[in-house]
Design a protein around this ligand. Structure first.
Ligand code: NAD
Ligand code: SER
Length: 322
């Protein structure tokens, strides 16, 4: 990787991946693409920034050629809850966007990182120790675009030798940029509630166990996979990766250790609950560990302490606002 393009750079992952890649590869070598962001995260303006609707192929080609891009981290997309409310938009952005990225990668010889998700699984997938290769019959539009995306990435590798690599991320937890409308967002929102108001109303019910990961681990996973020696990879796309698995009551109990007067109630959102119920409890990520040395560093207690510290610091800096 020498010249990197990040689509969806203003999002939850992109705003932090941009910073991490600029530190590693030089600010001028990492081009951040925003969609409608006007005053996005400050981090985006520490290097080149361009506007792009990922559905516009000619703009994408021009950017890739102008900056001599050799690697694309394709993060632009519509997340699960928003996708279920607007399935046509989700299909359009997630599929047209990925097709455009893969085509430009084929023509301009770029490598591509594609973030799949626990959403690529469905109700008939084994819920516990979910294997990497297993039944995938998701019933959400988000999941359908993720399975199709995984297959399309494999297709471009097998047919055109485009160096596509991808992970199935679990729910990601971070303090910089708020999540963009997913089913696992409660695991981020709960910290804002705990720190600002000492209370939170959870939209998933007790017992809803899902895989999760702290953003620092997610960034390291994406970069490590893209830097991995290809000779070590027997598969390229759709690596299961996880760091922890918990239900709302578990993260509540963990936060309460630091904020004893924190309280939580439940008001179940049926749309997001149905999506969550169709996702695994815990994935088996042994292939990622074996093939490219994946190893998470943050478990539930370590992540919780860091989230509380970082968000409390932010609230102090921002005069009590978050
Ligand atoms: P996000 O919603 O925070 O960011 C996505 C970005 O895409 C937004 O900034 C949005 O403006 C941009 N976008 C939307 N439509 C666009 C368009 N037409 N053209 C260009 N940009 C457009 O999402 P995120 O959490 O950063 O996720 C990035 C990717 O990672 C997505 O594909 C998502 O499915 C995947 N993923 C995320 C998680 C997670 O927990 N955050 C977990 C698994 C997979
Ligand atoms: N966090 C994402 C979502 O809930 C998982 O892919 O949509």
């Amino acid at each position: 990787m020498t010249k990197i393009l990040i689509t969806g750079a203003a999002g939850q992952i992109g705003s932090e991946l941009t910073v991490a890649l600029r530190q590693r590869y030089g600010a001028g070598n990492v081009i951040a693409c925003g969609h409608k962001t006007k005053l996005g995260p400050k981090s985006l303006y520490t290097g080149p920034f361009v506007y792009l609707d990922i559905r516009n192929f000619s703009t994408l080609v021009n950017i890739v050629k102008r900056y001599k891009i050799d690697t694309i981290f394709h993060l632009a997309g519509i997340l699960s809850a928003v996708a279920e409310q607007n399935p046509q938009l989700a299909w359009d952005v997630n599929m047209t966007g990925l097709t455009n990225v893969l085509e430009v990668a084929r023509v301009c010889h770029c490598a591509v990182f594609f973030p799949s998700s626990i959403g690529a699984f469905g109700p008939s997938t084994p819920l516990d120790n979910t294997p990497q290769l297993t039944i995938q019959r998701p019933q959400s539009m988000y999941g359908i675009t993720k399975v199709a995306g995984e297959l399309l990435c494999d297709y471009y590798w097998q047919k055109y030798a485009v160096d596509t690599r991808g992970l199935r991320f679990p729910g990601l937890i971070s303090y910089e940029t708020r999540p963009g409308g997913g089913t696992t967002d409660y695991a981020v929102e709960i910290f804002y509630g705990a720190i600002k108001d000492k209370k939170y109303c959870c939209f998933l019910k007790q017992g809803t166990r899902l895989d999760m990961m702290y953003m620092q681990d997610a960034l390291r996973a994406a970069i490590t996979l893209m830097e991995a020696d290809p000779a070590r990879l027997t598969t390229r796309n759709a690596f299961n990766v996880t760091a922890m698995s918990f239900a709302p009551e578990d993260i509540f109990a963990e936060i309460k250790k630091s904020i004893p007067d924190f309280t939580m109630t439940y008001e179940v959102d049926l749309l997001r609950q149905a999506i969550a119920d169709s996702w695994p409890n815990k994935m088996d990520d042994s292939e990622a560990r074996k093939q490219w040395g994946w190893q998470p560093e943050y478990d539930l207690p370590i992540m919780t302490r860091e989230m509380i510290d970082k968000l409390s610091e932010r609230m102090q800096h921002e005069g009590g606002k978050l």
